[in-house]
Design a protein around this ligand. Structure first.
Ligand code: CMP
Length: 139
């Protein structure tokens, strides 16, 4: 069932560079509403659990290390067609392939330090959102 919600993290590269405000401004301008938001930090263990789906991939260990290297911002977003529209707004995983004007094209440094995460399905959006936020924290 489509929930019209998606989940994003502003990753350590973008948060550390002071780009969270500019990124959230782009997200709101694109019509998304913030449902929950939290500045926090992952440990290698919690990053490993969040990205467990990638645990067989060659980049998994580096990804967990990177995602626990600095402060992040976790955000649940709401909009019609949220998952697909957000993936369009952020652009391709590798910023070298991201379209002009997308968040990753503007702010990402590399395929790993790619500024933001975006859920790839309604199901994963719900799972990822609940990783960070209780139902009572979602407005
Ligand atoms: P994200 O959308 O958060 O989902 C998985 C993350 O793994 C991805 O963004 C990148 O930050 C990271 N990653 C590192 N290397 C790769 C790769 N070769 N392919 C896909 N994702 C990668």
């Amino acid at each position: 069932m489509a929930t019209n919600r998606t989940f994003t993290m502003i990753k350590p590269d973008a948060f550390g560079a002071g780009n969270s405000g500019a990124i959230i401004a782009m997200i709101e301008k694109a019509g998304f509403r913030l449902v929950a938001a939290k500045v926090t930090r992952l440990t290698a263990e919690t990053a490993g659990r969040f990205y467990e789906v990638h645990k067989e991939r060659p980049f998994y260990a580096d990804l967990c290390k990177y995602m626990s290297s600095g402060t992040i911002m976790a955000i649940i977003l709401e909009k019609d067609n949220a998952v697909a529209d957000f993936r369009t707004l952020i652009g391709a995983t590798n910023p070298a392939n991201a379209a002009e004007g997308t968040i990753r094209k503007l702010f990402a440094k590399s395929i790993e330090a790619n500024a933001v995460h975006g859920s790839d399905s309604d199901e994963n959006a719900a799972i990822e959102g609940s990783f960070f936020f209780a139902q009572t924290e979602q407005f």
